[in-house]
Design a binder for this molecule. Structure first.
Ligand code: PLP
Length: 285
């Protein structure tokens, strides 16, 4: 596989990053995951905008190649022959001479930019979406700036492991009694035809897929309500689902051992997945 590191396209075995990189030492970095369908990028603009916002919020400088990111994404898709899959992009504050809590002088230390592709044939026709996934709930003990897409993913990773141990697929995080989001996705319930999801704030990542799905739902005359909800309300809902760039719309059929609705994939989640795949392909670049 060919990867991109600081201005160079290289075989993955030759790509190198310093051990002093602040991404490695301090999780001082941000990332984006953009999906590829039919060899094209889904919602590239949305991801690029959020990336810029993440950098600004952390006072991190843009890499030199920032304006060429679309070309770099496309070139990697081409070089690696990706029809369906993902592109992972990471920017860290770079590798100063030594470890220090103080941010390095941006004149002296360039950010580190890394991109690689992940080939995932069958991403759109994922059979898991026909069955739905099971989730557990866990306390949300992450930091208070979840709107910034940082590489601090240890707790979400632990959440996934807790879910696996419980025989489930993922975890929904709960703070002050209300669901925030999934470990790597935004969370929704459906009740009496209404799509309910927590509103945007620093408490959750502003999902690019979320924005698109809510827009498509409204265009299809479905009612969307942005408000917090509890696990009990979710268990009593007609349907539940999650969204992310890598799973699109994924139905949730069980929460903490309780079936949601009849425990099968519901019509709203199914329809939203179809609409999302159709519509986002139309604007893929
Ligand atoms: N919430 C969290 C915590 C995430 O990690 C992600 C994606 O990685 C999402 C939500 C979904 O965001 P997007 O739709 O932009 O992939």
């Amino acid at each position: 596989r060919t990867v991109f590191v600081n201005g160079e396209y290289l075989p993955e075995t030759e790509a190198k990053v310093s051990i002093f990189d602040r991404g490695f030492l301090m999780a001082d970095g941000v990332y984006e995951v953009t999906s590829v369908l039919g060899g094209k990028l889904i919602d590239f603009e949305g991801h690029a905008k959020r990336l810029e916002r993440s950098l600004n919020e952390l006072d991190m400088q843009k890499p030199e190649e920032f304006d060429d990111l679309l070309d770099i994404h496309r070139k990697l898709v081409e070089l690696n022959g990706i029809e369906e899959g993902m592109i992972y992009l990471q920017i860290t504050r770079g590798a100063p001479d030594d470890r220090d809590f103080v941010f390095p002088d941006p004149e002296a230390t360039r950010p580190t930019l890394v991109l690689f592709t992940q080939n995932k044939p069958g991403l759109a026709a994922n059979p898991v979406a026909d069955k739905g996934i099971k989730v557990i709930s866990i306390e949300d003990i992450r930091w208070g700036r979840r709107d910034i897409k940082t590489v601090q993913l240890l707790y979400p990773s632990m959440g996934k492991m807790m879910a696996k141990k419980a025989g489930c697929d993922d975890a929904w995080m709960v703070e002050d009694g209300y669901v925030t989001e999934g470990t790597s996705n935004n969370a929704y319930i459906v009740k009496d035809g209404k799509i309910i999801t927590r509103g945007l704030s620093n408490d959750i990542l502003h999902g690019i897929t979320r924005a698109a799905v809510l827009r498509f739902a409204q265009e299809a005359q479905m009612e969307v309500v942005e408000r917090p909800y509890t696990i009990e309300e979710a268990q009593a809902a007609d349907e539940a689902f999650v969204t992310s760039a890598s799973t699109f719309v994924m139905p949730v059929v069980e929460i903490d051992g309780a079936a949601v609705g009849d425990g099968q994939v519901g019509p709203v989640a199914k329809r939203l997945r179809e609409i999302y795949l159709d519509e986002s392909l139309k604007t893929a670049i």
